[in-house]
Design a protein around this ligand. Structure first.
Ligand code: ADP
Ligand code: ZN
Length: 304
């Protein structure tokens, strides 16, 4: 049996697992994201120790991580972090440190591309190609599987940073919230990520009541972003995850806003009457990234 090492790199923790797949985990660890020099060797140590305990060498390693990260295998900087606002992590040798001294197939991708791949292979977007995964958490990110493989392109998609039209209230007054993206101000992430909700409301998104007026604005901006993703990528299914979507009332609001904004231009029931089975929750919940890391490891090993 193959034994995979899976690593989901996040802004607050690295979740690592060893096993035969996402539903066959033999060991799991959560390692805090401090400095690269501290965190990354701990990830490597865990993978090796866990494999030793199982009594079998690792077949391959998959890493699904926050970014931006260099994904060009021809680049000498493959698997290195690119300039990132996360202090200390710009230029961090993520893949090189985790795989130091190991002669193993390895694949790295963004956390959201990994999540998209896992949801496409085994989850809520199984068999739907293109499959789009969007997360609304501390930030907003998207990954897409096209032709069975995650899209990289020039670098990798940065779907949270698209421009979104301002909401207007019933009287036509424009929403004047400045947005919080350090690069663009009022991009989708700047208007609708967890931090944007908190900045708008003056308290954490977790504490907002379901009938708080910010949720209609939130649904507007998320639908506005998704509408553009739909128009550009023509996904067959969209999986929408992240901490903010834990508000159960939000997804139906997004469905309604999306139907309204697309204005029946795309002649498919998925973006009209059937929108609730088109934009769906992740099968893997908050473990979509870790499942993605397994999917990447299997791809690296050539077994999927
Ligand atoms: P991350 O994006 O850091 O990987 P999450 O996807 O959990 O992590 O997103 C964290 C964000 O989600 C925070 O902004 C937090 O306020 C928000 N969040 C978490 N739980 C809830 C909740 N139940 N309701 C609304 N917002 C939430
Ligand atoms: Zn932005």
């Amino acid at each position: 049996m193959a034994l995979y090492g899976a690593v989901e790199g996040g802004g607050t923790k690295f979740v690592c697992a060893v096993g035969g797949g996402p539903s066959d985990r033999l060991a799991t660890a959560r390692i805090p994201t401090t400095t690269p020099a501290e965190t990354l060797p701990r990830v490597r140590r865990f993978l090796l120790d866990a494999a030793a305990q199982v009594g079998q060498p690792l077949t391959a390693i998959g890493i699904a991580t926050f970014g931006p990260i260099e994904l060009d295998r021809q680049s000498p900087r493959y698997g290195y972090m690119l300039p990132t606002p996360k202090p200390g992590w710009s230029g961090a040798p993520v893949v090189a440190t985790i795989t130091a001294g190991l002669d193993l197939p390895v694949a790295v991708d963004t956390d959201v591309n990994g999540a998209a791949l896992a949801e496409y292979r085994w989850g809520a977007a199984q068999g739907y190609d293109p499959a789009l995964y969007v997360t609304v958490g501390t930030g907003i990110g998207g990954g897409v599987v096209i032709g069975g493989a995650p899209l990289h392109g020039l670098l990798h998609p940065e779907m949270g940073h698209i421009a979104v039209p301002r909401a207007r209230d019933a009287a036509g007054n424009r929403d004047e919230f400045a947005g919080i993206c350090p690069f663009h101000g009022d991009c989708m992430e700047g208007m609708a990520a967890g931090g944007a909700l908190a900045a708008r409301a003056g308290r954490p998104a977790d504490d907002l009541a379901p009938d708080d007026p910010v949720w209609e604005l939130e649904a507007h901006y998320l639908a506005a972003g998704l509408a553009q993703h739909i128009l550009v990528l023509s996904p067959q299914r969209i999986v929408l995850g992240g901490g903010v979507l834990q508000q159960a009332h939000l997804l139906p609001r997004i469905h309604a806003a999306l139907r309204d904004q697309l204005r029946s231009y795309i002649v498919r029931p998925q973006v009209d009457a059937d929108v609730s089975s088109y934009v769906v929750k992740p099968h893997f919940g908050d473990e979509a990234g870790l499942a993605g890391a397994f999917a990447l490891a299997m791809s690296a090993a050539g077994s999927a």
